[in-house]
Design a protein. Sequence first.
Length: 173
Amino acid sequence: MRADAERNRAKVIEAAMTAFAKDGLSVPVAEIGRRAGVGTGTVSRHFPTKESLYEAIVLARVEEIVGEAERLLAVAPPGEAFFRFFAYMVGQAAANRGLAEALSGGGFDVEAAGGRTGRALEGIEQRLLVDAQAAGTVRADATRDDVKALLGACVAAPDRARMIEIVTTGLRP
């Protein structure tokens, strides 16, 4: 790729990251191009669809998220790792509207995109849950779908810290 094309691609990704975080996944490609200072054609040459642009961003985010989960698994007991990761994910989703929409199934398959990196979010989340359940720190009947729904409730709550406290209390046996 030519140097100017690489710079334009980086500008598009940066503008898209900001736009998706602030305004969600519905931001038009033309608006992303405008914010990047390039035309819609330039955006389309690098990313043929809005989904491919969002995927490039999500892949980087999934790498970070999985890395944080792996770090927590390495340094904390299973229950603590699970609850700290839950709070981390609430914070990530609350700070990034596009990520929140994607995590709640809003038009983008985060798990499929993450699987293409070889670092599947679904697998690490399931491991955190199962390890915490095996350690007796998370109720045995909680499923990953339950945890995802509770995460969404925490993100939507006006007082997230209070909601995280309520949810984590409810997830304990």
